[in-house]
Each structure stands twice: as structure tokens, then as C-alpha cells.
Design a protein around this ligand. Sequence first.
Ligand code: AP5
Length: 218
Amino acid sequence: MRLVLLGPPGSGKGTQAKWLKARYGIAHLSTGEMLRASISEDGELAREIRLLMESGELVPDDLVVRMIEEKITRPECEKGFVLDGCPRTLVQAETLDQMLSDKNMGLNLVIEMTVDPDEVIRRISGRFSCMSCGASYHVTFNKPLSDDRCDYCGHTEFEKRSDDSEETVRRRLDSYWSKTATLVSYYRHKALLQSVDSMKPVNTVSLEIGRLISNYIG
Ligand code: AP5
């Protein structure tokens, strides 16, 4: 099973990708998480990536595509993968298609997650994540089952992201609408696109994604 979750910041891509990984045993490939891990290292490239991310800009296409290429042939992707946050531009989508087709690993489904812009600000301002596995929570809408422990890995420390200020989120939203939203028609044209209403509660969205998977992938 090879999926893409496509949607603006705060639409719930990370939340649902974590659920997909737990439910179907597929790998969760988040370019945002990979990039956040890489900027904790020293060096000029890490510094450049940090500046771009903290200002809500996209990092260069070739870098993210190389990161994905390096992951998809690993054993954890044997049952498939869910791409969260990639592709984000037409160049990324086309390069990814070519790379997956060369490896005989074409995509099965692209799920567009729709959400209102005002809801995005509410969600991101209340977001916190597990410091160990990156699972994403919300102070009101999506708390861990036990107040002080991650549902997925049991870790007890949480953090907020440095690119989650309202100003940066608005820039990330602009970037989505100017560079990424065009991929909705790109994948619709390839008959790969389905949409879910991501304004619904987390569990309802998961059920809807599960239904799409059983209808379209089996
Ligand atoms: P990335 O980490 O991918 O961030 P994003 O796309 O902006 O998305 P978010 O992680 O903010 O939101 P999400 O949709 O995953 O929502 P979540 O599940 O957390 O990218 C960060 C940066 O890295 C980019 O700006 C760019 O600089 C760079 N980058 C990454 N990939 C790149 C690429 N391919 N090319 C170039 N640059 C790239 O949910 C949000 C909150 O809402 C949480 O609190 C959650 O608990 C809550 N929530 C989730 N679902 C619901 C629901 N249904 N109801 C109520 N609350 C909900």
C-alpha cells in the first residue's frame, strides 16, 4: 500500500499517518520530521534548512526527493508507506512519479485532507508533539489518552514546534495554496485522488480513510 496524504498545515496529515502506520504496519515518511531531525545537526546545510523552515518557506525540491528515495527501499517500507508532506510542488510530484515508476512502486491512492483556514490556526496554536516519536496532539481536540504519556510510544516529554507561530503558519498556508494545491488536479487527472473532510473529529477521519483504503486498495 503506497499512499500520499495531501493537505494544508494542520489538516491532520501527521495525525492520520501515525494512525495508518499503527493500523496497517506501513512506514510513515514525513519530510517535515526528516528535515527537523536534520537541522539538529551542525553545518551550513542544516542552518539553511532551519532558516527556510522557520520562515515557512519550502526547502529545495531535490533535497526532499532524495530523502524519500533513500527511505523507500528500506525494510520498514516492505508493506508500503504513507507520504506525509511530500510531494509539495509539481516538480516533486513528477520526480516522485518517475522514481516510483522506475522501481515498480507506483502510488495506489492520494488522499486530500480538506480543512478551513481558521481551523488550521486553532489547531496549530494548540499543537504539541511527543519528543520521542513525533506523534502530534492538541490541548483540546486531541489529547493523549493518559495526560502525560504518548499513546504511541509511552514517552513522557512533549514539545512545541518552532514554526508554529501564527505568522509562520499563515506563510505556510500561503505556500500550500500557491505551490501545493495544484497537485489536487494533478492527481485527480491520474485517477488517484480521493478527499476526506478533515473538519470532522480525528477518529471519524481515520474511519473515512480506512474506508477509502478498503474500497480502492483492498
Ligand atoms: P511539515 O512538518 O510537513 O508541516 P505541515 O505540512 O505544515 O503540516 P503540519 O505538520 O503542520 O500539519 P499536519 O497536517 O501534519 O497536522 P497534524 O496532524 O500535526 O513541514 C514543515 C516544514 O518543512 C514546511 O513548512 C517546509 O519548510 C518543510 N518541508 C516539509 N516537507 C517539504 C517538502 N516536501 N518540500 C519542501 N519543504 C518541505 O495536526 C495539527 C493539529 O491538529 C494537532 O494538534 C492535532 O492533534 C490536531 N488535529 C489533527 N486532526 C484533527 C481533527 N480531525 N480534529 C481536531 N484536531 C485535529
